[in-house]
Design a protein around this ligand. Sequence first.
Ligand code: ADP
Length: 485
Amino acid sequence: MSSEHSERRAAGSVGAVESPASGLPKRGPQNRLCRAAGAAAPSGGSEPHAVGSVGARLLLGCIADDFTGATDLANNLVRAGMRVLQTIGVPDAPLDREVDAVVVALKSRTIAPEAAVRQSLQALAWLQAQGSRQIYFKYCSTFDSTAQGNIGPVTEALMDALANVEGGDFTIATPAFPDNQRTVFKGHLFVGDVLLSESGMQNHPLTPMTDANLIRVLQAQCRRQVGLIDYRVVAQGEAAIRARIAELRAQGIGIAVVDALSNDDLLRLGPALKEMALLTAGSGVAIGLPANFGLAPSSIASALPAPTGWQAVLSGSCSLATNRQVQAFIASSRPALALDPLRMAEQLAAGVDVAAEALAWATPLLAGGPLLIYSSADAEAVKSVQARLGAAEAGTMVERVLAAIARVLVERGVRQLVVAGGETSGACVQALHITQMQIGPQIDPGVPWCHAQSDAAGQGGLHLTLKSGNFGGDDFFSKAFAVLP
Ligand code: ADP
């Protein structure tokens, strides 16, 4: 534990007792969340840690309903001063390092509500066993859900599990993320200048959002009554927000949608949430939370081990932003290899090892600096590939090839890896057997560098960044390597 880190903690942090030995808060009676009555034991059967163990220091335990959403939340927490670990799924072992927050990434957004509830409760039990003082359920900033859920059912299951915990009888719900053009006004969600229901999200294939009134949307998914803390209350700050929460509680309301029009609103909201056992939100609310634990923005929060090894970019995203990034990288005269899915399909059918061919191209070039291997293509080209191969088949085939390339590149010494594409990232992380990522400095909004252990990388692990399609500026692929010292 560095002394710099302990200095980041302001005096008088919430219910935290400074441990003279570590500078980190000890878990004490004020750790209200530790194994709530009725909460199930985590799957590994681990018990809560004793005071002073590593797991005892966890301040915030987060459950995210998808992978890139988890990284987005982790990134906001790091920028506000927390050291954050993201796990892929619920870990089967106790936390083995000092961090302030853990974000457990699930893939529960569009699965059956019962399965989403089960996985979320498993994550809750694990986080409680690590001593989490507060739980944060993170969902999409466009409130992606169906009439059945999963935001409502998961929220209520978490509330039920926390029912006997102080501050567990009431929670908030707000997807507001003004930095990303998501604002909530009188309970209605706006995406940029238009209502959610006119933003294109009304046509989403899995979670069509046809109503921008979040109170109505959430109420349809919940037994508990849903109320509103409106922008006028939020504008008045902590005391007014607390008074409004007391009023809603007295009316028997269990969940309040909260208006937020700006980051200032989110920062005003933060202190009023200090004693709440459970928060539910997009990633925006996170910016106001680390201060509740006496933490302030600091480069220590995003510190990662020193980077080593070769540098490579793998891109399977076909989004507009990624296509621009590919073109910018090529224009910078760095080596780039295009993979053509139609040729790939023919080669695979003929028993050719497509990954080996790409690796034979890449290996002698690695010493010369970053290189790019990409299948990214414009919408027309993608359409014609999909017409020939089928959309799902083409997607899976390309993901498998890129993931196989990622694994061997790392085995051959790449230790700084950029992956573009949400599904592509998932495939690469799986091929590298990565289960945890320490979150580091932001490259562009929503996209940080991470450090992870992988059996392909040996002892020192590797740095990687997982960019979801539309994130990042045109120079992202070059900028990424410049951000790592
Ligand atoms: P994004 O984050 O931009 O949505 P993803 O990786 O999640 O990117 O999804 C892109 C999908 O498109 C992946 O399944 C990938 O394998 C597939 N794909 C990549 N290149 C092509 C291509 N040239 N033609 C068709 N599908 C492609």
